[in-house]
Design a protein around this ligand. Structure first.
Ligand code: NI
Ligand code: MN
Length: 230
């Protein structure tokens, strides 16, 4: 029983959960400037979407149609996907959880903004807290500021892994991500949403050192295309 997590750059991850294939926030070549992977190369049983910005869903509609994956998003994005011809969209809302084949997924608060590419209202952005069937709890923050809501995740058992944006400018930066990791009671952090564009350039090695020194929390810095098993 294990999870294998692959980073495709920016906020795009693949998670293989005992054979169930999840893709988070599909943003791939040529949209994503740091990845060599195209959406056509990926398989998906489930696609998780945090919000409507293009750097999180540029490849969503095509990937969802080709794979017939179930999309997990908020209700506004799910409704919009239905109008794009995506048949299997699971429209939830913040605070709600749902049991799926790989585990239980809850939508969490994210302080950010959101709109779909055609200007359609996309509801509030969200993150995901996933209790995988193998026992691992994984928190995917999505694009967000540091928020006290993260303390709730720590209070209800923490997370074995927190996937946190650290790029600053559009989301929290490294200083706030060190605080977030502690509030979440994360055992392990994988950073994302950095070094994709000049605006979000970050010294990720310095972030990892600070996380270890100030919080005693392990950080795995993935190269684009690299995987780690939990
Ligand atoms: Ni965004
Ligand atoms: Mn973003």
């Amino acid at each position: 029983m294990s999870l294998t997590i692959t980073w495709y750059g920016h906020s795009t991850f693949g998670i293989d959960a005992d054979g169930a294939k999840l893709i988070v926030d599909p943003f791939l070549k040529p949209h994503n400037p740091v990845t060599s992977v195209v959406a056509d190369d990926l398989e998906a049983d489930f696609i998780l979407v945090t919000h409507g910005h293009g750097d999180h869903m540029a490849d969503l509609v095509a990937l969802a149609k080709r794979t017939a994956a179930q999309v997990i998003s908020n209700v506004e994005i799910a409704t919009w996907l239905g109008r794009q011809g995506v048949a299997h969209a699971h429209g939830m809302n913040i605070g709600g959880a749902s049991t799926l084949a790989f585990g239980r997924v809850k939508l969490t608060v994210a302080h950010h903004s959101s709109v779909l590419p055609d200007g359609t209202y996309a509801g509030n952005p969200n993150g995901f807290l996933i209790n995988f069937n193998d026992g691992h709890d994984v928190y995917i923050a999505g694009d967000t500021a540091l928020t006290y809501d993260m303390k709730l995740i720590g209070d209800v058992g923490g997370a074995d892994l927190a996937i946190l944006p650290i790029g600053d400018y559009f989301t929290m930066g490294p200083d706030d991500a060190v605080i977030a990791a502690q509030w979440i009671k994360a055992k392990h952090v994988i950073p994302c949403h950095y070094n994709t564009f000049p605006r979000i350039a970050v010294d990720v090695d310095a972030f990892a050192r600070r996380l270890a020194r100030e919080a005693g929390i392990d950080c795995t810095i993935l190269a684009v295309g690299q995987s780690v098993a939990l």
